[in-house]
Design a protein around this ligand. Structure first.
Ligand SMILES: [Zn+2]
Length: 354
């Protein structure tokens, strides 16, 4: 035990007790002595033959003693009937400490005891050893705990007035996780943590509960504010994105329109070119035909002229029928080019004669 009455009925803590003096149990009022051992810290003890009416086991670790010593004596180990509550803050919040697991029934019994004597009940569990042994794995918003204590896996409370807090000291700094929920759906059980507090914030937290303030409220407000800010930012981003998407869509449409125009212009030009080319080819063909006719006529005229100017030819011609003349002229006209190339023009006539 951490507290006792001295012989003036004044409540004192073990830190102020003197070995050898007589003290009295706050619960059963029987005599106590200060036990000083080499391995254990000093504590108040009932005499061997005088058992206490309080059969409960309390956390008597150095950790809980340290916590108790941070409160005034009239807040520590407050007796109601045959038990006590480890800490009572402002007569409105009871806090019980535990460094170990306990039977689920004990857990429920003690919690109900707190709730029947005071408005709000809080459990503070010291899990630092489990953390050091690597049994629990604390994360930002949860603690993963293999082989979770059965009292947690059967955690019965959804009561608004019961708080479960776990304390884990990491590199000498204590973190206090306010339990939000327990997920029992996996082998690796998960404790969901509302948030982690350092000691000062945690004290503020339970003082708020004791002051009948909602300790979650500022966080709820803050969370709400953050949520709104995020929503606004999201909305802004969405509008901006939409604007960009619309602009991009317009740009693509414009690009597509330009490409279509260019394609149409190109097709039109190609069609025109084709038509021009066809017209040109047609003209060239016509010109070539005209030229061929012209050349044919020129040849004929030339031969006829040669024929008219040559007396020998004229003589022979007179003997030939008109049909034969035409035949000769025709024949001649076909040979004329070749002969002309082969012999030069003056030879043409002599060849013709022979
Ligand atoms: Zn007693």
């Amino acid at each position: 035990m951490y507290s006792a009455y001295d012989n003036e009925f004044k409540k004192i803590s073990i830190n102020d007790a003197v070995a050898g003096q007589t003290y009295f149990c706050p619960t059963c009022k029987k005599k106590l002595f200060v036990r000083v051992g080499e391995r254990k810290r000093p504590h108040f003890c009932h005499y061997r033959n005088e058992s206490c009416i309080d059969y409960w086991k309390y956390d008597e670790s150095e950790w809980s003693d340290k916590w108790k010593s941070s409160f005034s004596n009239d807040e520590v180990e407050i007796v109601h009937y045959e038990h006590h509550i480890d800490i009572e803050v402002k007569n409105n919040l009871g806090i019980m400490f535990s460094s170990t697991s306990m039977h689920r029934d004990t857990f429920i019994e003690k919690t109900n005891y707190m709730l029947s004597n005071i408005n709000n009940a809080m459990w503070l569990f010291n899990l630092t050893d489990l953390y050091k042994k690597g049994i629990i794995d604390p994360k930002r918003d949860r603690v993963i705990w293999r082989n979770i204590w059965k009292m947690f896996s059967d955690y019965p409370y959804v009561d608004r007035n019961v708080w479960i807090v776990i304390e884990i000291a990491v590199k000498g700094i204590s973190w206090f996780g306010i339990l939000k929920d327990i997920d029992r759906s996996y082998d690796e059980k998960t404790l969901y943590i509302r948030r982690w507090h350092k000691e000062e914030q945690f004290r503020q937290y339970f003082n708020d509960i004791a002051d009948k303030k909602d300790p979650e409220e500022p966080y709820v407000e803050e969370e709400e504010r953050q949520r709104k800010l995020k929503e606004e930012a999201d909305e802004k981003a969405r509008v901006e994105r939409e604007k960009q998407e619309t602009a991009e869509k317009r740009r693509l449409e414009e690009l597509e329109r330009q490409r279509k125009e260019e394609r149409e212009a190109l097709l039109k030009k190609q069609q025109e070119d084709k038509e021009k080319e066809a017209a040109l080819l047609q003209k060239q063909k016509e010109d070539a035909e005209k030229e061929a006719i012209k050349q044919e006529e020129a040849k004929r005229n030339y031969v006829l002229q040669c024929y008219a100017n040559d007396p020998g030819m004229k003589q022979m011609s007179d003997k030939l029928s008109k049909l034969e003349k035409l035949g000769r002229i025709w024949e001649f006209s076909h040979l004329a080019d070749e002969w002309n190339k082969k012999y030069g023009f003056p030879w043409l006539y002599s060849e013709f004669y022979h």
